[in-house]
Design a protein around this ligand. Structure first.
Ligand SMILES: Nc1ncnc2c1ncn2[C@@H]1O[C@H](COP(=O)(O)OP(=O)(O)OP(=O)(O)O)[C@@H](O)[C@H]1O
Length: 584
């Protein structure tokens, strides 16, 4: 129950609703437990008449009729209160479910890239959906049935004792045995349901990866292999589920067996008491009814225990993520005004997971309004520079200054809101093209969207679609070409009008003519902005204020286009090679 203690704050938040629920539960059960009493009394009235025929039959009949009417009234009222009880307690559980999902989602947003590299998407999705559903079963039905059971037992037991203490004790004799067996069985269920949840996550992750990589699977024709792997995991998951169900299935027979014994005890002990003249026949009927009314709450003890055990396992998995401290912390809540001067001072960076030192002693300064082009072979560290400017990672050694202040001291949200980043592999949402561009600026007008698209040289492509800017992209809609995606992504960054613009090799999929148009538009758009252009092409870099060339994480060349052409080395070779390609 340790993990579930995390939910106490939500119980406290909704304490009034829960208290009202408890009150309604007590009322409903008080009413329901009047029925055995009235039926018992009715039997006693008939028994009294059979023993003493001088009693007026009309008054006996009248009493029976009144009892029937009371039973109907009580049953209706009790039913109404049971409805209210569900409305109060189950609705509360839905509210807690909503709050918990939001909390997990916000935590997911805060966690850094490293967390996402270590944990698989399917697992993340499972914890926020399936695990939360399991937890809801605890905060809703489990709480409701427990209250139900406690009230029924407290009220029922008091009433039974008032009628006959000896018979009550005999009737409830099997119940301690019940609690002990539940205790042991629930331990087994807890263990097995943790394993089941793990396999479910594995299955979701497998499917998510398969659907994401469907192109590769189909083009390589490896469907059979995938089905075989799926079968293997699915089979294991089935085995673990069957294993769990075996334990779950033991509950009901065990309950019914013990309840049956209670019924037999009532008949045997009560029968003897009746023969000895200690009780009337109505008491036996009343007790059989009590045992049957208490059957359900006792039977659900098993179910509730298994729900709580499963919720405990799920909440432990949720807590594991909620307890993660984001590696990149926002150190400042006060707003930071950003002008865009970026300085790297002896910056070295090593990726934790691979231990690859991607940058070594990097020193550079880019002022607002300047453009820095970064070139170099693949794996030389170009994207890493960009990731450090966006604070997706913090440096291992050295400092990055933003407007001459260490970047860690600035307000992270303000910094990121002033960065327009176009990644190497652009991602567009399953939404309209317009909304995908607007993603960079929520309140953008139609004119602004069109202007951004024109600057990114993608407007003409968009208006060719029947639905223009309202064309849906992604799974249910149009698939854009690689170059179109890159340009929509550029429009998204431009519309944001940020202080820092970053283009990570995002013109690789467009032809040189379009590239030139975009670059000349960018020159206008990026006035007064700090711009970083990563590229493998000299054409993208040549107009930059400054160019740096990286090799194995170090700057091996720097200067303007003209300066670098006078030096022997990477840049000049690349220029000549690309010139030759163009001529051919
Ligand atoms: N997220 C990561 N985790 C671990 N290692 C990484 C990660 N990203 C990059 N690396 C490693 O860091 C080095 C630099 O990678 P980086 O992506 O910065 O190179 P790049 O110059 O941008 O390459 P490309 O031109 O192919 O995009 C590479 O050796 C790469 O394997």
């Amino acid at each position: 129950m340790k993990a579930l203690q995390y939910l106490n704050k939500y119980f406290s938040k909704y304490k009034w609703r829960i208290l009202i629920g408890l009150l309604i539960t007590i009322l409903s059960k008080l009413l329901a437990l009047q029925v055995p009493k009235i039926i018992g009394e009715s039997f006693n009235v008939v028994e009294d008449y059979l023993k003493d025929k001088t009693i007026d039959i009309a008054s006996v009949k009248k009493e029976l009729l009144i009892n029937v009417l009371i039973i109907i009234g009580v049953a209706l009222l009790s039913g109404f209160f049971t409805f209210l009880m569900r409305q109060t307690l189950i609705v509360t559980s839905r509210l807690i479910e909503f709050d918990l999902k939001n909390e997990i989602y916000q935590q997911y947003q805060k966690l850094s890239l490293n967390f996402y590299k270590k944990n698989r998407t399917g697992d993340l999705m499972n914890r926020i959906s399936d695990d939360v559903s399991k937890v809801r079963m605890y905060v809703g039905p489990a709480v409701m049935y427990t209250m139900n059971m406690i009230v029924l037992f407290a009220v029922g037991f008091t009433q039974m004792v008032q009628v006959d203490l000896k018979l009550t004790l005999y009737t409830l004799l099997p119940f301690p045995l019940l609690s002990i067996s539940i205790f042991f069985l629930s331990k087994v269920i807890h263990k097995r349901s943790t394993i089941v949840q793990e396999y479910l996550s594995e299955l979701t992750t497998f499917n998510q990866e398969f659907f994401s990589g469907i192109n590769v699977v189909k083009s390589y024709g490896i469907e059979k292999l995938i089905i075989k792997d799926f079968d293997k995991i699915s089979d294991m998951s089935k085995e673990k589920n069957i294993h769990l169900q075996k334990a779950n299935a033991l509950f009901f027979p065990l309950m019914l067996f013990l309840i049956g014994i209670s019924n037999l005890i009532v008949i045997y002990v009560g029968g003897n008491q009746y023969i000895n003249g200690e009780i009337q026949s109505g008491v036996i009927i009343e007790f059989i009814m009590y045992v049957n009314i208490l059957t359900w709450p006792v039977a659900v003890v098993g179910w509730v225990t298994s729900m709580v055990q499963q919720a405990e396992a799920s909440q432990a998995r949720i807590n594991e993520f909620l307890d993660q401290v984001p590696e990149i912390k926002n150190e400042s809540e006060t707003s930071t005004e950003i002008h865009g001067k970026v300085t790297f001072k002896d910056v070295t960076f090593t990726y934790d997971d691979t231990n690859i030192t991607a940058l070594k002693n990097i020193n550079l300064t880019v002022n607002p309004g300047e453009t820095l082009a970064i070139l170099g072979n693949t794996g030389s560290g170009k994207s890493t520079i960009i990731e450090l400017i966006s604070r997706l990672y913090d440096t291992t050694k050295g400092t990055i200054l933003l407007d001459d202040k260490p970047i860690e001291q600035g307000n992270l949200n303000d910094i990121r809101s002033q960065i327009g980043f176009v990644p190497q592999d652009p991602f567009l949402f399953s939404d309209t093209i317009g909304n995908n561009i607007k993603f960079g600026k929520e309140d953008a007008t139609e004119d602004e969207i069109i202007e951004a698209a024109k600057n990114a040289v993608v407007h003409d492509n968009i208006i060719e679609f029947t639905n223009g800017y309202n064309t849906i992209l992604g799974e249910r809609g149009v698939t854009l070409s690689g170059g179109q995606k890159q340009r929509v992504s550029i429009a998204r960054a431009i519309i944001k009008n940020p202080k820092i613009l970053i283009f990570d090799d995002c013109l690789s999929a467009v032809d040189t003519e379009t590239e030139e148009k975009i670059l000349s538009n960018l020159e206008k758009v990026s006035k007064n902005k700090t711009t970083f252009i990563i590229s493998h092409r000299v054409s993208s870099a040549k107009n930059a204020y400054k160019i740096i060339v990286l090799e194995e994480g170090e700057i091996i060349q720097q200067g303007t286009h003209n300066q670098l052409l006078t030096q022997e080395g990477y840049y000049k070779n690349l220029y000549e090679q690309q010139l030759l390609e163009k001529e051919n």
